[in-house]
Design a protein around this ligand. Structure first.
Ligand SMILES: O=C(O)C[C@@H](Cc1ccccc1)C(=O)SCC(=O)c1ccccc1
Ligand SMILES: [Zn+2]
Length: 170
């Protein structure tokens, strides 16, 4: 099923996600729904916080054919390089807003997959940028928080306009 995505500056996006204790059938259904929702919204990642489910769960798919979803449960991300690089980011909760954010571009990801199997890998580039962006969501941080106050105001105005247009289309 498609889930509604919370839009910035909804305060629910600031909720800190809690660890997943047991991978229940409900969680497996949420994973499927989040993957469907991510594809429908043309995203490459989605954090459970964005669909108002405040547990430590991220889905991502950076593949061309949108047929290789990745699931990260209770993820831990550790930077592997000191220096940060700018990368153009977007966010499904801040539609039509894109801007550069500086982040380490090589990180280690430790997590569980949807079957509870350990994941422990080093990634770089867009995958590293995206997982850090998703981790921020689980900690109530949105990428516009790294931008200037002026850009944050512009982002709020932009989201308001996009939502109005979407409501008219329905
Ligand atoms: O809101 C989200 O978490 C999804 C977000 C993930 C993300 C994309 C790019 C950089 C960092 C994090 C998106 O998928 S935004 C839409 C998108 O597909 C995209 C935007 C910019 C570059 C590449 C992809
Ligand atoms: Zn986002």
């Amino acid at each position: 099923a498609l889930l509604p995505i919370l839009n910035y500056p909804d305060p629910r996006l600031r909720t800190i996600a809690t660890p997943v204790k047991k991978i229940t059938d409900d969680i497996k259904t949420l994973i499927t729904d989040m993957i469907d929702t991510m594809y429908d919204a043309q995203g490459i990642g989605l954090a459970a916080s964005q669909v108002d489910q405040h547990i430590q769960l991220i889905v991502m798919d950076l593949s061309e054919d949108k047929d290789t979803p990745m699931v990260f449960i209770n993820p831990k991300v550790t930077p592997l390089v000191e220096e940060k690089q700018p990368y153009e980011e977007g966010c499904l909760s801040v539609p039509d807003v894109y801007d550069k954010v500086d982040r380490p571009n090589k990180v280690r990801i430790e997590a569980l997959d949807e079957n509870g199997k350990e994941i422990d890998k080093e990634v770089e580039g867009l995958l590293a940028v995206c997982i850090q962006h998703e981790m921020d969501h689980l900690n109530g941080v949105i990428f516009v928080d790294y931008l200037s106050k002026l850009k944050q105001t512009r982002a709020r105005d932009k989201v308001r306009k996009v939502i109005k247009i979407r409501e008219k289309q329905e």
